[in-house]
Design a protein around this ligand. Structure first.
Ligand SMILES: *Cc1c(COP(=O)(O)O)cnc(C)c1O
Length: 399
């Protein structure tokens, strides 16, 4: 066995320092729990930024992966495979969208959506060549490619990575009027997170998404919802935009679509919009591979069969209430939806890192975002007893 200390030392000696991990090494996991090499158990309250909505090593998803690995894993899109069609049918039915384009990571889905919106602007909306504009939100998080980093408002994300792709502008999140004022005849799309996860679980004002939908329709601008973190039952609905009874023109999914096993992402849209992609105009070596498709179908089955939307709503409401009941002088506020929850610390509390390390020592893993916010996003299969266990640990650190 390699000890935790040795693992951490090797990562920091031989790996680029593009992360600042909590000092814990994970060598085994099941459901809500993970263990370090020395055998200490922790509750995982980060769930790989919501890529583990179905919990670690969900048996139904593991079985689907193993079964598929014994038959076929990779073909390329130069040929058809027997898993992609059924997967596309399933994900489009679940989302009530007509067509899907499979990629691997979230950032690739976002890049695909940008290409889709631009081509749609030139070929359907009639925007003059190379003039298409895309509006994004301040404090967005959509991934790490150079184009995406270029429209981030976080210096950590963009500093010294330019020059960047032109054609983007940012408006304040939650401000529908600012969006409408920023639209020009050349605007192709507005990309929005239904809740800003990385920004610290920022929930927009009630009615925001509905207004955004109306504005986009009025100006013939594509409304694109990045549901990579908020989708797939995390916030108490299959998709977070369903809380507002609206339907975007384009939706991104990734993270939990891979059930904690395989990276798989999709861009969902209508036949009309998706038709701007023609053979050779876009693709991915691994996108739509049969192993990822089989895993994604099982991941979706778990969400639906176990009614994880309802459970996220119930357990999330209970968890938030219990956090509020702590009445900790260190906690300024509790916010979120479903099981996407954050606490914001008071200025007097000092850096959040001190508390996430304290939680770790007591057996609960959570990560700070910025320096004053801690996110709690456990497996959606969490039970009431496990929420109670978590609250005891959190209370030990904050009360
Ligand atoms: C994680 C995330 C992404 C990027 O996904 P990767 O798989 O890390 O590229 C994009 N958008 C949102 C909202 C995310 O949370």
């Amino acid at each position: 066995m390699v000890s935790s200390e040795e693992c951490m030392k090797m990562e920091s000696t031989y790996g680029a320092h593009n992360y600042h991990p909590i000092p814990v090494v994970i060598s085994r996991a099941e459901g809500l729990y993970v263990w370090d090499p020395e055998g200490k158990r922790y509750m995982d309250m980060l769930s790989c930024y919501s890529a583990l909505n179905q919990g670690h090593r969900n048996p139904k998803i593991i079985k689907a992966a193993i079964d598929q690995m014994e038959k076929l894993t990779l073909t390329s899109r130069a040929f058809y495979n027997d898993q992609l069609g059924p997967f596309l049918k399933k994900i489009t039915e679940i989302s009530d969208m007509e067509m899907a384009l499979p990629m691997n990571t979230g950032a690739e889905a976002v890049e695909t959506g940008i290409k889709l919106a631009r081509r749609w602007a030139y070929r359907k909306k009639g925007v003059p060549a190379d003039k298409a504009e895309i509006i994004v939100c301040e404090d967005n998080f959509h991934g790490r490619t150079t184009t995406i980093a270029g429209f981030s408002s976080d210096p950590d994300t963009y500093d010294d990575f330019g020059p960047f792709t032109p054609g983007f502008k940012a408006v304040p999140y939650g401000d529908a009027e600012a969006l409408e004022a920023a639209i020009t005849p050349n605007t192709a799309a507005f990309i929005v997170e239904p809740i800003q996860g990385e920004a610290g679980v920022v929930v927009p004002p009630a009615g925001y998404l509905k207004e955004v939908r109306e504005i986009c329709t009025r100006h013939n601008v594509l409304m694109i919802a990045d549901e990579i973190q908020t989708g797939l039952c995390r916030t108490g609905k299959m998709f977070c935009f369903q809380h507002d009874d609206i339907k975007p023109d384009v939706v991104f999914l990734a993270k939990a679509l891979g059930g904690g096993i395989m990276p798989i992402s999709v861009v969902l849209s209508s036949k009309e919009i998706m038709s701007v992609f023609t053979p050779g105009s876009h693709g991915s070596t691994f996108g739509g591979n049969p192993l990822a498709c089989a895993v994604a179908m099982a991941s979706l089955d778990v969400l639906i069969d176990e009614k994880l939307d309802v459970r996220a709503q119930e357990m999330g409401g209970y968890f938030m209430q219990e956090l509020e009941n702590l009445n900790s002088p260190l906690i300024k506020l509790v916010r979120g939806k479903g099981l996407l929850i954050a606490i914001e610390l008071t200025p007097e509390a000092g850096p959040a890192r001190k508390y996430t390390e304290g939680l770790m020592k007591n057996g609960l893993l959570a990560k700070e975002t910025h320096s004053t916010i801690i996110r709690f996003a456990p497996s959606l299969l969490i039970t009431k007893e496990q929420v109670d266990d978590a609250i005891v640990i959190i209370k030990g650190v904050f009360v």
